[in-house]
Write a protein that binds this ligand. Structure first.
Ligand code: HSE
Length: 438
């Protein structure tokens, strides 16, 4: 049988990793796919780099459009990133009846609906395992392995850079700024790390997982996003004293009111397996009604781990390309004409527990005032600690953990607490999730 011909757009970190894995494991991969999968064309602006990978059988160009319109190419692998040229290239590839494999989470989170519709119309596949959690086959697990289940919730550490920063802050007691610089030096964080530390990268990924888990359209505009830039070493230490770790989580949950879709720092009990995922590693917990809680762990970035996911998609597409499109696994796991219109609820409606840190003047009646405000908002206190004042300080930190409440209520309570003259500065509020198997 003729080999499947791949056009590779972009030979940066992931492109290089994909190329290396495909080459090294060629025979093994062919035994699995039933035919050879070969890169026959590479496009990259850095022609020297592309030439350094390619042997004489591979055509090299700096014109990516020449790849997506080439009639000899069966599958286009888009590893350029970004949401402008990459989108044009993918739509052009689809128009030219090519299957597409992409690692582009931002593009799918923002324009997935349009891209999947175009692919459906042409009867081609758009595969994207590498877009979420790098080398962890979480898309495969959600879409196929858990297909018997009604998914209840997903919670994931899906940004390695943010997890590295939080791990180092906790383990070494270093400040956010110090660890961020280290992450840049180690090549984890981008020169502009905004997407990592502000939660945007995680938001792209949880948006995609939410769509697959619940059979809803991808809706990046509905995700609540809060990053880790406001977290202090004090909060990480206080949380630990209470038996919790703080992680940047992407969370999506099915509730009676609709779908929750959110990214924010979260206290989770230290004994949960996911609380012990440290450094740049990723992990995703998926709770299904039949299987219970399942955990997926591994490298969330890097050349060969992400290349592993790209090549898995290449094998999948190779196996499925001759199948009637009706009999393929749908892009978003559910039949496209049966997607649900269940709304994504606003953050104000979300129900969760909270960690509150208040800096207050240490004098009689302060706690009574604060408790009264919480009681008036129907918020129940679960635990409370007052920290020893630092030498020469009149102010003390009070840490409170609340029972479940609605975000709207905690917002109102915090606004009232901040107006008390005895409260200094802003109240620090971090959401808390038990992530138990209930
Ligand atoms: N920048 C991401 C991270 C990897 O730090 O996890 C690619 O999604």
């Amino acid at each position: 049988m003729n080999p499947i011909k791949v056009g590779l757009l972009g030979v940066g970190t992931v492109g290089g990793g994909t190329f290396a894995v495909l080459k090294r494991n060629q025979a093994e991969i062919a035994r699995r796919a039933g035919r050879d999968i070969v890169v026959s064309m590479i496009a990259d602006r850095d022609l020297d780099k592309a030439h350094s990978l390619a042997d004489s059988n591979i055509q090299v160009t700096d014109d990516a459009f020449a790849v997506v319109t080439n009639p000899d190419i069966d599958i286009v692998v888009e590893l350029i990133g970004g949401v402008t040229i990459a989108k044009d290239l993918i739509l052009k590839a689809i128009e030219n009846n090519k299957h597409v494999v992409t690692a582009n989470k931002a593009l799918l989170a923002l324009h997935g609906t349009e891209i999947f519709a175009a692919a459906r119309e042409k009867g081609v596949i758009v595969a994207f395992e590498a877009a979420v959690a790098g080398g962890i086959p979480i898309i495969k697990a959600l879409r196929e392995g858990l297909t018997a289940n009604r998914i209840e919730w997903i919670a994931g550490i899906i940004n390695g850079t943010a997890n590295f920063i939080l791990s180092e802050m906790r383990e070494k007691g270093q400040s956010f700024e110090t660890v961020l610089e280290q992450a840049k030096l180690l090549g984890y964080a981008e020169a502009d790390p905004t997407f990592d530390i502000e939660g945007i990268d995680a938001a792209h990924k949880i948006t995609i997982m939410s769509a697959i888990a619940f059979g809803i359209p991808v809706q990046f505009d509905k995700v609540y996003v809060e990053g880790i830039t406001q977290l202090t070493g004090d909060d990480i230490r206080y949380a630990e004293d209470l038996g919790y770790r703080i992680k940047l989580l992407g969370i999506t949950k099915r509730t009676d009111k609709g779908i929750e879709l959110r990214v924010h720092p979260t206290l989770i009990p230290a004994q949960r397996l996911i609380a012990n995922v440290e450094g740049v590693m990723n992990a995703v917990v998926v709770k299904g009604d039949a299987v219970g809680a399942t955990l997926y762990y591994g490298a969330g970035a890097g050349a060969e781990p992400t290349g592993s996911s790209v090549v898995a998609d290449l094998v999948d597409v190779t196996r499925m390309q001759t199948a009637d499109p009706m009999h393929r696994v749908p892009s978003l796991a559910f039949q496209p004409d049966l997607l649900s219109s269940t709304p994504v609820i606003s953050m104000e409606e979300v129900e969760t527990a909270y960690y509150l840190r208040l800096r207050v003047v240490d004098k009689p009646g302060v706690l009574a005032d604060i408790s009264r405000i919480l009681a008036n908002s129907d918020i129940s206190i679960n635990a409370m600690v007052q920290k020893e004042p630092a030498v020469d300080e009149d102010n003390v930190d009070i840490i409170m953990l609340t029972h479940l409440t609605i975000e709207k209520r905690i917002n109102e309570a915090i606004a009232s607490i901040e107006m008390l003259p005895v409260v200094t500065g802003h109240v620090m509020r971090i959401r808390l999730e038990e992530l138990d198997n209930e």
